[in-house]
Design a protein around this ligand. Sequence first.
Ligand SMILES: *Cc1c(COP(=O)(O)O)cnc(C)c1O
Length: 221
Amino acid sequence: MSLQSRVEGLRARIQRACERADRDPASIELLPVSKKQPLALIREAAALGFTRFGENYVQEGADKAAATPGLSFVLLGPLQRNKARPALQSFAAIQSLDRPELAGRLRHLAEELDVVRPVWIQVDLWDEATKLGGCTEAALPALLDALGGDTRLPLQGLMAIPPPEEAGAFAQLAALRERLQQELGLPLRLSMGMSGDLEEAIAAGSDQIRIGTAFFGERLY
Ligand SMILES: *Cc1c(COP(=O)(O)O)cnc(C)c1O
């Protein structure tokens, strides 16, 4: 199947999900996740009008960013402290901020590099140590403290990767977003929903769906 027909299929899924949820499709950001996909496909997506891509690995994203001036990449994968500098240099936003030490490191480096990079907090609602990363609800206040409202790292939203088959996870995240918006007095976007569950995520209020395989096809390497 061509990239174009996969994208058309996705647009139709988003359209139907929005009709059922009484939402405006234009309000849903479709973020293509290009990890382990070749540059040629990213360029094909760019030709269809996509300019922003999600990547999981700092080095891979940095290489792709260097090869595609005019496109921007956001980091979705776990970030080690020792990769914080290249991450800030190569990515337009960090969507996987999940612990206070990392926030501190990013603030220090953002000042040193004189950059502004929107951040999203990755939420882990399940308190189990998964290798996916994420900040538990109990640990959120410490993370927000460490972020300290730094204008170089404006908080844009919450990102989550709920375990499959976890009924109610999307609604829990939506409720957490509401609560934090009230507490912080700022609008927060919600990034949830992937290839297999974008309909449920849109119904629950997601603003950004992150689509890898349903957009690009199977990951290659
Ligand atoms: C890989 C990945 C995606 C895309 O997953 P698909 O199931 O291929 O759509 C979305 N978000 C994150 C954080 C990922 O790591």
